[in-house]
Ligand binder design. Sequence first.
Ligand code: FAD
Length: 499
Amino acid sequence: MNQAPKLRVVVAGGGTAGWMAAAALANTLGSVIDLTLVESDAIGTIGVGESTIPPLLLFNRLLGINEAEFMRATQATFKLGIKFENWKDVGESYFHSFGAAGKDHWSAGFQHFWLSGLKRGHLDSYDEYSLELKAALEGKFAHLPDDRMNYAYQLDSALYAQFLRKKAEGDGAKRIEGRIVQVELDSASGDIAALLLDGDRRIEGDLFLDCTGFRALLIEGALHAGFDDWTHYLPCDSAIAVQTASVRPAIPYTRAIAHDSGWQWRIPLQHRQGNGIVYCSRYLDREAALERLLGSVEGTVLTQPNVIAYRTGVRRKQWHRNCVAMGLSGGFMEPLESTSIHLIQRAVLRLIRMLPGGPVSQRDVTEFNEQTFTDMEQIRDFLILHYKVTNRRDSAFWRQCAEMAIPDSLEQKIELFRETARVFRKNEELFAENSWIQVMLGQGIMPNSHHPVADKLRQDELDRFLTALRSSVSETVAGLPQQMDYISGYCAAKEEAPA
Ligand code: FAD
């Protein structure tokens, strides 16, 4: 019996996007597709992207990855959230933690009960009701029964790509080292027919994944899918990254420290710390940004500064003809909430669900693009919130942020919360209610009212309810080990990885 020819999938690029895509496709469909990845060591990867969010656990689980092995291989630490410093005002900070605070009632979220409590003498901050937040600030972590602690990872991106490469190759993916010098289009259909590599090599395929990073060689260079610029909402356009030696045990969270023209990150790994400055080149030049970064890092600098210019926005068509953009080739919305690796994960899993059995269906393409665009718009709104809602007016950058027009979708969310304390999550939105609540409160929005159901509780009932929740958080945190002690028993990387 004649077997149908296997779908030939070609992944162009071997950064985090390329290897996540290759590892997932090989693991799920390795025996029914022909999978090739082309990458160029000479060109290299972007070399950043080290802070993640909880859905990555699901990705790893789907691939059958052992967590301790993965953490050892990538020098990973646990991440319970992000501490935002100087965002609402210079000298003030707040925490966006993973997981939920308190306990919701079906009719109203916990924030309504907390607000009712504030009115009736319970003056504790909202933070007191978040297990992940309290554990993070004490530097603690452990796996808890019933997955009670929500977490993600802080990892070394180069080691993560290597780890995934091993996995993908083990599942049958072929890797070709080479530089793509041309993308050959089929003259009749306009689809991509092949990648032409240096050394006169030609790689044919049926479906191509553009994982070439900001270059976007296939989706834009060859297919001109178009780009929606979002710089008017997210004005930072430059970053510089350096790695430093650790000077203290790694904390289980990422720091995002605002400055007068953007912000800085600190991502603690087992063997070193990742640091970077993100800024708007209209207000800060490269030399000044570098000086500020190097003047503020702790520990010996281990790497040359990695200077990255970018444009915030999204590729108009993520899937166009027989090419799907993944990773930075599909767009970039700045790293403030660590969402880019997650968008790769969503794109890969979405593609697997829609993988064509034969010729590409335009209906799949339309569906894929609409779903991806919704994801990106929702994340964009969440990011803008951090810049727009602030008391800072101390620099031209922050004044621009305060004055900028924002999307109606975000305006509606902010005003709804301000008036009623309500937040609604739409269409499988990535950031759940508690994320919006923490950032809106943290950036300085205090709701004017709350749900009447919370005021129906008698004072003694409310006292018991809030006290029990707070005690449960503090008792659980008291029993947790320091994260580095936990890591040393669970997943300590054997040797220091080279910087
Ligand atoms: P790249 O890493 O650039 O890989 C591109 C690949 O294509 C490379 O293998 C390259 O060699 C190959 N290639 C390019 N041209 C050719 C050619 N002609 N021939 C052959 N091969 C070629 N994301 C997060 O989730 N968390 C973060 O904390 C985070 N921080 C970030 C900070 C900054 C400043 C920036 C800019 C991004 C950050 N990101 C973060 C995003 C994250 O870095 C990327 O989403 C992720 O690394 C994926 O990149 P990529 O694989 O798309 O591109």
